[in-house]
Design a protein around this ligand. Structure first.
Ligand code: NAX
Length: 330
């Protein structure tokens, strides 16, 4: 039996499609390591607690060696208590005819409450990944509630966009996905995000040397990645869940264990790098050091076309921030 201190992991929306897909690999040791016990602290809306009890039974029935306990609650102050890592997945979906501004405001209220609860009861160095959309701005809202937990610990997920882009490039080049490096997603997790392949390599060679169909790279590739969420909904009638859950696991695992110089896309509070306004939660290429500290990769030369794409996505983030400014002031 491992004598390591268990990692307390909170997951919101845990009875939902992504939440359910996240918690089993966490309990199996896929995020914090095969020698690290975990305690899962699951949050749901009151109406979904019955369903969550069923998920809890299944979790226990997997008899995971590393799973020390499961806490189920509809109260963030209970589910987030002493949490070391938090996956904020639960949020209100966009309904038919709903304006983006309304969605931002409705979700903003959730993330104000959850941000306050994190600051009140989570571990001092709690690490947060927001998956629930609009995830960058939801993470920004939660980060603004933090007084004790560092704001830098509030991140949002763009790893799914990176994984989608890597899979497309690998498929086109006929190589395994692990051959792709230095792929960077910039901006907002929305169709405006920019999957920048111009610095990426395939088995050490520039992407544009290996994939000579530059027309594909600059049109179909970028469009496929940007529109992938919609394509999945069109095909299966529901949004991506297993791939989103796996991307969240990739994000937290890399943040925990480090990336050994490998670039990973994370939406993190801007420190002003690349002229992106400070505090805005924007996707950058990052590396994570052996102490689990992430760093925005510096010195990436963006050509004029890349700069314009990044700026368009940053402008969308600024608009979203403007739309919720009243909530934060109130
Ligand atoms: P589901 O509707 O299956 O599950 C959401 C769950 O969250 C529900 O069980 C609901 O009861 C719960 N919930 C809602 N408000 C809550 C609150 N205040 N506290 C606790 N639980 C709450 O949706 P699912 O497919 O799991 O998607 C979850 C979120 O991920 C959505 O916002 C979705 O848009 C977002 N996504 C984000 C992606 C990303 O790359 N960042 C990609 C996939 C996905 O679209």
């Amino acid at each position: 039996m491992s004598t390591k201190k268990p990692v307390r992991v909170a997951v919101t929306g845990a009875a939902g499609r992504i939440g359910t897909s996240i918690i089993f690999p966490i309990a199996a040791g896929d995020v914090f390591g095969k020698d690290t016990p975990v305690i899962l602290q699951l949050l749901e809306l009151p109406d979904a607690l019955g369903k969550l009890r069923g998920v809890e039974m299944e979790l226990r029935d997997c008899a995971y060696n590393l799973l020390r306990d499961v806490v189920v609650s509809d109260d963030p102050n209970v589910a987030f208590k002493d949490a070391d890592a938090l996956f904020l997945v639960g949020s209100k979906p966009r309904g038919p005819g709903m304006e983006r501004a309304d969605l931002l405001k409705d979700n903003g209220k959730i993330f104000i409450g959850q941000g306050k609860a994190i600051d009140a009861v989570a571990a001092d160095n709690a690490r947060v990944i927001v998956v629930g959309n609009p995830c960058n701005t939801n993470a920004y809202i939660a980060s603004q509630m933090a007084r004790r937990v560092p704001k830098a610990n509030f991140t949002a997920m763009t790893r799914l966009d990176q994984n989608r882009a890597a899979a497309q490039l690998a498929g086109k080049a006929g190589v395994e996905v692990g051959a792709i490096g230095n792929l960077a997603v910039w901006g907002n997790h929305s169709p405006t995000m920019y999957a920048d392949y111009t610095h990426a390599y395939i088995n050490g060679r520039k992407v544009s040397e290996v994939i000579t169909d530059h027309e594909w790279l600059n049109t179909a590739f970028l469009k496929t990645v940007a529109q992938r969420g919609k394509a999945i909904i069109d095909a299966q009638g529901v949004s991506s869940a297993p791939s989103a859950a796996w991307a969240a696991i990739d994000h937290m695992r890399d943040w925990h264990h480090g990336t050994n110089g490998r670039w990973v896309s994370m939406a993190v509070p801007s420190d002003g790098s690349y002229g992106i306004p400070e505090g805005l939660i924007c996707s950058f290429p990052c590396t994570v050091d052996a102490n689990g500290q992430y760093h925005i990769v510096q010195g990436v030369e963006l050509d004029a076309a890349s700069k314009a794409k990044v700026q368009a996505s940053v402008n969308e983030l600024l608009e979203e921030r403007e739309m919720i400014s009243g909530l934060l002031a109130g």
